[in-house]
Ligand binder design. Structure first.
Ligand SMILES: [Zn+2]
Length: 226
């Protein structure tokens, strides 16, 4: 498949998602450094977070240089999540570099991208908890959370109220204290981006990351700005 064609297909997929207020393609952007760079796709969420997507055809694995320069660019234009779609994956060095960054950068295959975007909750960025016993701060990734709908209250005045929930349970890496965090997101009315109500045990939550509810609206219902 031609990658230009693939890029169009990705845009079509994104338009079926809720929670995005704008979608731009093939745009030239310059951040604080004033250096212009082309970006394949930029979407902005209803809560004003930017997600940058590159649909590049690479002949080999994405290397640390590519990741480095993309992260630099994303920081420059104030994007919270960068995604590079490639069929080749990335080198170990590039993966480590991506995970050490302040912003989240993911390298995904087209299949994983489709799966990620169709999830009921799109979660990205880091969450950081502090153990109440030893005070150690631990960084984890929202994309590793597994959300499911745990409760639906039908027939509320504005439609159904849905509870999306993901659980994070582990022993503190330093002192083995049990850490238990439940991320509850209440979607009401349907299509609302939801309020995050974390329930925590054994820790304090210092940072929570980004969450976007997907209510799978019909693309015909509402056209995105372009
Ligand atoms: Zn601890």
């Amino acid at each position: 498949m031609e990658w230009k064609e693939y890029e169009r297909e990705v845009c079509e997929q994104l338009k079926t998602r809720s929670g995005f207020k704008s979608l731009q393609t093939d745009i030239k952007l310059s951040g604080i450094s004033k250096v212009k760079r082309q970006l394949d796709i930029l979407v902005e969420t209803e809560n004003n977070k930017k997600i940058a997507i590159e649909c590049k055809y690479y002949n080999s694995k994405v290397d640390i240089k590519t990741v480095d320069s993309f992260i630099g660019f994303l920081l420059d234009i104030n994007v919270s999540w960068g995604i590079i779609i490639t069929t080749k994956g990335y080198t170990t060095g590039a993966h480590k570099r991506a995970r050490k960054s302040q912003i989240q950068l993911d390298v995904m295959s087209p299949e994983i991208f489709t799966k990620t975007m169709s999830g009921e909750i799109l979660a990205w960025g880091r969450f950081i908890y502090q153990c109440i016993e030893c005070k150690q701060e631990t960084i984890r990734y929202c994309s590793d959370l597994d959300f499911e709908i745990v409760e639906v209250h039908e027939n509320r005045s504005m439609g159904a109220e849905s509870w999306h929930s993901a659980m994070w349970i582990e022993d503190c890496p330093k002192c083995n204290n049990l850490i238990d965090i439940v991320f509850d997101i209440i979607e009401y009315p349907p299509g609302d981006q939801g309020e995050l109500l974390p329930k925590i045990n054994g820790c304090l939550l210092l940072e929570t990351g980004n969450f976007l509810v997907n209510s799978f609206r019909d693309p015909q219902d509402e056209e995105l700005d372009r």
